[in-house]
Design a protein around this ligand. Sequence first.
Ligand code: MTE
Ligand code: MO
Length: 199
Amino acid sequence: MPIISRGFHGRRPTSGHNLPPGQYETFDFPVMSAGPTPRIAHEDWEFTVTTEDGTRHRWGWTELMGLPAETPTVDLHCVTKWSKFGTRWRGVSLDTLLADVETAAEYALVHSYGGYTTNLPLEDLLDGQAWIAHEYDGDELAPEHGGPARLLVPHLYLWKSAKWVRGIQLLPEDEPGFWESVGYHDYGDPWREQRYQGD
Ligand SMILES: Nc1nc2c(c(=O)[nH]1)N[C@H]1C(S)=C(S)[C@@H](COP(=O)(O)O)O[C@H]1N2
Ligand SMILES: [Mo]
């Protein structure tokens, strides 16, 4: 029998999850925003999906609330090296929103109120991997964390989870977003430590 000592390893993650390489666990929820927090009233909020031929699909707040919601519990991994385990959300799956969208595009450029953008392959938004989240830990999503609604795509570094999400543009070619155009990775897989272009 090996002797297992917790001595110098510090506190183990509460949830028993593993940390991606180079990450540490945090128990608070840091706010990471590149600019001021936009305030969008529910009645003014809209979310659009625009395909490569310019077809526009639109949902207002009431329409979003009318769609079936899911309650994912997921781990978050920020490129600044904190990870947070077991975060509880409520939101609408991108599978639901994209179900009737006809496209041959392979990439998505996500747009936020305030001008932030981020890119990822369309397939990473599908198959139960991404949500338009509007509740966090049982409460309305706070403005500083992206409320009224944010993209949640937890299998990629958290900068891909665009706060104050306004729309998704479907594109035949990958186009870098805000952080990607200044050197962050186009894909951003925390398990492969894809922090910067070339990683
Ligand atoms: N619109 C918008 N979305 C954003 C950001 C931002 O500055 N603007 N920051 C990104 C980064 S770098 C991270 S780590 C997460 C942080 O989310 P949080 O503030 O809820 O922790 O949001 C991401 N989404
Ligand atoms: Mo980040």
